[in-house]
Ligand binder design. Structure first.
Ligand code: A3P
Length: 296
């Protein structure tokens, strides 16, 4: 227990264009900005806790033509380099991506204005997954409690304020989602919703298969649906982060594969928090056509 506060003290957050990021990413910022994307790169983009690991596993299963064994070759967070990740002396996300043969599948949580420009210049494919803000907030709160590499979230009431003010690492959910939604028709962007994947995984996975230019038969599609179900991924050591040391992710506080559901916000938001959130949401999302589903 004594170790936790000591480790957390080292976490420094710095802003880039008003977006809070981890110090190590900011220290590596010029390398990140100068990252050379290639035209055949596929970039998985999400706001944190929107189902990144889920879509990564889906994409990898598609890439490996449904071969479960091949998807066991490495931990999910090592299969797709995380562009802005830096934790010296470990190789950074940029270094890992540079060392990876093409066609590359990469991951980022960066908002559109912070993305390395070469992704736009090379007209890369982007796969964006959005999750409703309320469930995102709940999931991020529990994640910050267990992840010693992120700031202590404080109480739920405190976190509620931090989140709506965009003071969490990777910034405002509102700006992130709006930013990617607004440009979705100008680039090669497949924009998916966590809630849709949950409701009809087969249908959404088919969209991803098409977007990736693959052609897989029904049996393979069914395997992918089964293997990427929450219960399966929760038991899978390659996706459930069980190999990450407790000093980094303490799953006794909250499992990485926590609930995997739509609507858990109802177990956290008070009536007044919900009313306040809805008002803020209306204001911040004014003028956008994006619609979220908040319960299934
Ligand atoms: P909860 O905390 O609500 O359970 P990310 O990978 O972006 O960090 O997102 C993590 C969230 O996605 C967690 O949400 C996790 O449980 C959920 N998740 C991961 N795999 C999932 C799956 N196969 N189906 C549904 N949700 C999944």
């Amino acid at each position: 227990m004594a170790q936790t506060p000591q480790l957390r003290k080292e976490i420094v957050i710095r802003e880039v264009e008003g977006v809070p990021l981890l110090q190590a990413a900011v220290d590596n910022w010029s390398h990140i900005q100068n990252f050379q994307a290639k035209p055949d790169d596929l970039l998985i983009c999400t706001y944190p806790k929107s189902g990144t690991t889920w879509i990564q596993e889906i994409v990898d299963m598609i890439e490996q033509n449904g071969d479960v064994e091949k998807c066991q070759r490495a931990l999910i967070h090592h299969r797709h380099p995380f562009i802005e990740w830096a934790k010296p002396p470990q190789p950074s996300g940029v270094e890992k991506a540079n060392a990876m043969p093409s066609p590359r599948i990469l991951k980022t949580h960066l908002s559109t204005q912070l993305l390395p420009p070469s992704f736009w210049e090379n007209n890369c494919k982007f796969l964006y997954v959005a999750r409703n803000a309320k469930d995102c907030m709940v999931s991020y709160y529990h994640f910050q409690k267990m992840n010693q590499g992120l700031p202590e979230p404080g109480t739920w009431e405190e976190y509620f304020e931090t989140f709506i003010n965009g003071k969490v690492v990777w910034g405002s959910w509102f700006d992130h989602v709006k930013g990617w939604w607004e440009i979705k028709d100008r680039y090669q962007i497949l924009f998916l919703f966590y809630e849709d994947i949950k409701r009809d995984p087969k249908h959404e996975i088919q969209k991803v298969i098409k977007f990736m230019g693959k052609n897989l038969d029904e049996t393979v599609l069914n395997t992918i649906v089964q293997e990427t179900a929450f219960e399966k991924m929760k038991e899978n050591p390659m996706t459930n982060r069980s190999t990450v040391p407790k000093s980094m992710m303490d799953q006794s506080i909250s499992p990485f594969m926590r609930k995997g559901m739509v609507g858990d916000w109802k177990n956290h938001f008070t009536v007044s928090q919900n009313e306040r959130f809805d008002e803020i949401y209306k204001r911040k999302m004014e003028g956008t056509s994006i619609k979220f589903c908040l319960e299934l």
